[in-house]
Write a protein that binds this ligand. Structure first.
Ligand SMILES: [Zn+2]
Length: 90
């Protein structure tokens, strides 16, 4: 029977096969939820779903799209925002 902290579902289970042929359960931290657009709440493409410690090991160019508001807004919301900014300047 697992300890109480392993029964809550806070950690994800990983089934590992031992050399003897039996499988044991290892527990790992769950990944965070997918990044969403700040405007329309759509899931963002090109943003990896990793723990903060692992994200620092990934190059910055692989962490978010390389454009204005990359990793914050989706491409359609970014276009709308940029157009709005240009119109407000005039
Ligand atoms: Zn959006």
């Amino acid at each position: 029977m697992p300890r109480g902290m392993y029964k809550s579902g806070r950690l994800r289970k990983i089934f590992v096969k031992t050399p003897g042929g039996e499988s044991t359960i290892h527990y790992r931290q769950r990944k965070p939820s997918k990044a969403i657009c700040a405007d329309c709440k759509k899931q963002l493409a090109g943003v990896p779903r990793e723990l903060p410690g692992k994200l620092t090991k990934i190059p910055k160019t692989a962490r978010r799209p390389d454009r204005p508001y990359g990793g914050v807004l989706c491409s359609t919301c970014m276009r709308k925002k940029l157009l709005q900014q240009v119109r407000e300047e005039k």
